[in-house]
Design a protein around this ligand. Structure first.
Ligand code: NAD
Length: 278
């Protein structure tokens, strides 16, 4: 090709790419659970920055309010909705609120989760086990159950479930958390197969240690007197030699939810600084 034409082609492609980036979620509605916490908030902000309307769901009202202020600073549109993901009526409530306020749902980031205690499996209480499974397994299933009809109404959509590297291997002293995140991966694959005919893509993101409240709690749970020692120990085992940032998970979720990932479903994606390469 003539070099001048080549220049025009490159310029056109660049402009087209810029338009694609800006428009990835223009007029789209995303529902995000756990949006008052670290990863959920960062992802809400990422979607808002890419022009999506955000429905932010959490148990924690003050966390949601902080998320809303941050989105409004970006001049984004946000609806906050307090709900406990373990109750079917409250889950249906956040989907109904999204449909009534924004007219429908295109993307779902099914992300609320709890870590549970750090204790040997022999000391783990039934109550703690049931609570971790209620939030991390039942809450994720109920979310998909309630959102899917709304995605079908739109002729398709996307779901990203938050699993963990704890869903890809054993996690000593976190029997229920490890079980729950393996279950999220199983549900993601099952849902991807069931929902492919509806043009609903379902993927999972598997964060390694990320700089949020949850890791601070895990460090304290493992070494109450010197959590900073536990922080250094965990960090030293990560090939990239640092914890991840919530924004680095948000980037993967946005990619998987976008048309850039239009041929990807049933995929399980570690974002972990190389931890699972060991
Ligand atoms: N931080 C990490 O290192 C890490 C690593 C792997 C996976 N994850 C997963 O990422 C997700 C987000 O975690 P995070 O790091 O942002 O932690 P976080 O504690 O900052 O956020 C979790 C949010 O979920 C909300 N939540 C908890 N139970 C709920 C319920 N029953 N109903 C509604 N909301 C509820 C909490 O109020 C909180 O705002 C979780 O599923 C977690 O298991 C985190």
């Amino acid at each position: 090709m003539h070099s001048q034409n080549m220049g025009v082609l490159v310029e056109d492609t660049g402009e087209a790419l810029e338009r694609t980036m800006e428009a990835r979620f223009q007029d789209h509605v995303v529902v995000i659970t756990g949006a008052g916490g670290g990863i959920g908030r960062a992802t809400a902000l990422r979607f808002a920055a890419e022009s999506a309307k955000v429905v932010a769901v959490d148990l924690d009202k003050s966390g949601l309010e902080e998320t809303a202020v941050a989105i409004q600073q970006l001049e984004g549109e946000v609806l906050i909705h307090v709900a406990d993901v373990t109750y079917a009526d409250q889950v249906e409530g956040y989907v109904t609120a999204a449909c009534e306020h924004f007219g429908g749902v295109d993307h779902f980031f099914n992300n609320a989760g709890i870590e549970g205690p750090r204790v040997p499996l022999t000391d783990y209480s039934e109550e703690a086990f049931e609570q971790v499974l209620a939030v991390n397994v039942k809450g994720v299933w109920l979310g998909m159950k309630a959102v899917v009809p709304a995605l079908r109404e739109r002729g398709g959509g996307t779901i990203v479930n938050t699993a963990s590297i704890a869903g890809l291997g054993g996690t000593p002293f976190a029997i229920a958390y490890g079980a729950s995140k393996h279950a999220v991966i199983g549900m993601t694959k099952t849902a991807a197969l069931e929902l492919a005919p509806d043009q609903i893509r379902v993927n999972a993101v598997c964060p390694g240690p990320i700089e949020t409240r949850m890791m601070r709690s895990i460090e304290r749970g493992t070494n109450p007197d010197q959590p900073e020692v536990e922080y250094e120990r965990i960090k030293s085992r990560i090939p990239l030699e640092r914890y991840g940032e919530a924004e680095e998970i948000a980037a993967m979720v946005a990619f998987l939810s976008s048309d850039d990932a239009v041929y990807i479903t049933g995929g399980i994606y570690p974002v972990d600084g190389g931890s699972r390469a060991r």
